[in-house]
Every structure is written in structure tokens, then in C-alpha cells.
Design a protein. Structure first.
Length: 399
């Protein structure tokens, strides 16, 4: 009777097109592990788009800093450089959103790279992907993760995005190059504040009001259509099993929708994340910035990039990669963001994206609430890594 009641409840949920958001699963932590990735800080939804666009000033992004020549070969002196210049570095990060450090030998190996974050008094946190998937790690205990280096993903253009999974987002990050690719693989940065200033004002007002919702995965359910008269009974069971699996796996709200795949037209269960605003207020400066993963997650833009760079390799990679088919929708009615607006977003994003060709030891420190990041396709062997951090204490920044 209990089982029948549970199935009846699932069937009732299926009767409507949208399901209620899922409850969050608990995330356990043991002593000595990295701190949880912080919850996303969206700020108040009170941005006056027209007025605040006019008030924003344009700043170079990123700022480049070269290691002083006198520190060549002095590893301890390089570590001290970051500690002694913390106020200035925090100021530069607050103003420019991203700082590129070039020529440092300290950061050519994982152990030395870890010391840079320590010298800057940044608190490392868990990878926001932690509750969904395991990112390859260079040194997991130290929070040093690989940054999309797999040969199977070499032709995949990583669209511009702020790092966030579910309802968690790091405040800052340091990306490092341990080995540059033989060709391509440039790290990309784009100032979200300048994105906010340059996007079409009418569309920005519209999408800020309507909010956005991302589909984060598609689970193939085409086999149900081959069950004949049993399909009606099997659908709510499949729905309930996946619903329960999501509750156990992820620690953020999701909803399940029956859809048709944009890729092959087959029946799918699509997972959508909770609605979010595409503009956030910086938790310290209060400045508005374009925010999210629309450029990287939009199916249309991804298809267009495939025409230039080749297929992203779903067929050759893991089953997990094959289900990670994403798209973006208006949150108020569930309709896809139109191609016209996506083309405009892509144009502005590409105009503002700055390629950073990194050599061994080079680093990019960025504020995740100000700056988006991505990666160009590459050939050869690439070894870049990243450590995620909680937000810097900008009260310590130089005036």
C-alpha cells in the first residue's frame, strides 16, 4: 500500500508538465577536508538597468603583472612577494576583476602554486562540482583541480561562464598553467560588468525581469515508447526513480520535465536548475555584472561553435558527458531564449573575451562575481589547474 501510494504521488506529479523543486540532499564533511563551496550571493534584485549602466566605468580586464627581475631564482622571495603585496593585489582584483601573473617560478609545480593562495590569505573551498561529479584533481587535499585538459575535450570551446553549480559559487579562483598546449588552449576572460554595460538595454531589462533557467542534463527515455500499452504505467515509475536519484545525488533544487531531445527528437527527462537572475550585485562593491552560463550552456551557440571547431565529442566520451546536454530558457514561461538574442549575446561576449596565452607558472587570479572565464580548443597536451576560493576580504585592499 505504501509503494502504491508513492507511485500515485509520482503519477500525480507527472500529470502536470512541471514538477515541484526537489529537496536538497545533505552534503557531509569530515574534519580536515576543504570548506564547502559557498552559496551563491546574488544580492538584492534591485538593479536599475538604465541608470546603473551609465554609472559604470570601463576598466582594463585583465591586468597583467610580471615578476620583478630581481626575484628570478628566488622561490622564497616570490612567495614573500604575494604576501607583502596583498593589499595592492586585492585592490587590483577589485578594480580589474582579473589579474594575470607572469614569469613566476614558484607556481610551476602544484606545491608552490598552493603557497600563492596561502600567501594571499585566500581560503580554498571545495569544487562546486563536488555534489554532481568528480573533477580530476592534481592535489585534491589542497584543492588543486584540473581545468578541462582531457584530450577528448580538446576541440570543445568552453563558452564564457561564471563558476557555479546548483546554488553554490566560489568567490574567487586562481588558474595556473603547468604545461601549455602545443597549439591553442588559451584561457579566456570577460568582464561581466562591461557585459552588463554593453548588452542591449531593452533585452537586458526583459531578461532580468523574467530570469533564466538552465537545463543541466537529459536522460534518454526513448525506450519507453517501445513498451506499447505498458508505457503509461512505466513512465511514472521511471520518473520516480530518477527523481529519487537526484534527491540523493545533488544538494540543490531541480525539476524534471518530459521533453523531446533537440539532438535526435527522442523522449527524454530533462533536468532544470532553479530560476536565477542573469545580473548580480557584487557582494562587496555592489556593482552589477552579467552573470551565469548562458554563453556556454545555450544549445544553439554550442552547435554554432561545433561548425567552427568540430564536434565536441559526446559520442567518444563517457555516458556522463552524453547526458550533460544543456540549454537556457526564460524562467517565467519555460520558453527557450530566442536565437536572435543568443546571437547578440555571443557577439558582445566575443568582443569582450580576452585570450590569455599562458606559459608554465603563469596564473590568472579572478573574482568570480565580476569576471567570466572560458577556454579555446587546443592540440597536444595541456595541463592547467585551478583552485577555488571563498571571496577575498576586500577591506584589506589598498586605497
Amino acid at each position: 500500500a505504501v509503494a502504491a501510494g508513492a507511485l500515485a504521488g509520482v503519477a500525480a506529479a507527472c500529470a502536470g508538465r512541471r514538477a515541484r523543486p526537489q529537496a536538497r540532499a545533505a552534503v557531509s564533511r569530515r574534519a580536515g577536508e576543504l570548506a564547502d563551496c559557498p552559496y551563491t550571493l546574488y544580492g538584492a534584485k534591485d538593479v536599475d538597468v538604465a541608470q546603473e549602466r551609465e554609472a559604470l566605468k570601463t576598466r582594463p580586464c585583465p591586468l597583467e603583472v610580471h615578476m620583478p627581475a630581481e626575484l628570478r631564482g628566488d622561490i622564497e622571495g616570490q612567495r614573500a612577494y604575494f604576501a607583502e603585496n596583498l593589499p595592492r593585489i586585492y585592490r587590483d582584483l577589485r578594480e580589474h576583476g582579473a589579474v594575470v601573473f607572469r614569469g613566476f617560478e614558484l607556481s610551476k609545480e602544484a606545491a608552490g602554486f598552493k603557497q600563492v593562495g596561502e600567501a594571499l590569505d585566500l581560503e580554498p573551498c571545495e569544487d562546486p562540482l563536488h555534489s554532481v561529479a568528480a573533477r580530476d584533481a592534481v592535489d585534491k587535499k589542497a584543492g588543486v583541480y584540473e581545468a578541462v585538459n582531457k584530450p577528448s575535450r580538446r576541440k570543445f570551446y568552453v563558452g564564457m561562464h561564471n563558476e557555479m553549480v546548483g546554488n553554490r559559487a566560489p568567490g574567487a579562483a586562481i588558474f595556473v598553467c603547468f604545461k601549455a598546449a602545443e597549439e591553442g588552449g588559451e584561457f579566456l576572460v570577460a568582464d561581466g560588468r562591461e557585459m552588463f554595460r554593453r548588452l542591449d538595454e531593452d533585452w537586458l531589462k526583459e531578461i532580468y525581469s523574467r530570469e533564466v533557467q538552465y537545463s543541466t542534463a537529459e536522460f534518454p527515455m526513448g525506450f519507453l515508447e517501445n513498451l506499447g500499452p505498458l508505457q503509461g504505467a512505466a513512465e511514472p515509475v521511471a520518473y520516480g526513480v530518477l527523481q529519487q536519484a537526484l534527491r540523493m545525488k545533488v544538494d540543490f533544487d531541480t525539476e524534471l520535465l518530459w521533453e523531446r531531445s533537440e539532438y535526435d527528437g527522442s523522449k527524454i527527462l530533462q533536468v532544470r536548475a532553479a530560476p536565477q537572475v542573469p545580473v548580480v550585485r557584487h557582494p562587496f562593491t555592489g556593482e552589477p555584472a552579467w552573470w551565469g552560463s548562458m554563453h556556454s550552456h545555450a544549445e544553439y551557440l554550442r552547435r554554432e561553435r561545433e561548425k567552427v571547431f568540430g564536434d565536441e565529442g559526446f559520442a567518444e566520451t563517457t555516458g556522463a558527458s552524453r547526458i550533460n546536454k544543456t540549454d537556457v530558457y526564460y524562467a517565467d514561461d519555460g520558453e527557450k531564449v530566442p536565437v536572435k538574442e543568443l546571437k547578440h549575446l555571443d557577439q558582445v561576449t566575443m568582443e569582450l573575451s580576452v585570450p590569455v596565452k599562458m606559459q608554465a607558472g603563469d596564473m590568472v587570479l579572478l573574482d568570480n562575481y565580476m569576471v567570466m572565464h572560458g577556454r579555446c580548443p587546443f592540440e597536444g597536451t595541456r595541463k592547467h589547474a585551478v583552485t577555488w576560493f571563498k571571496s577575498p576580504d576586500y577591506s584589506r585592499a589598498a586605497a
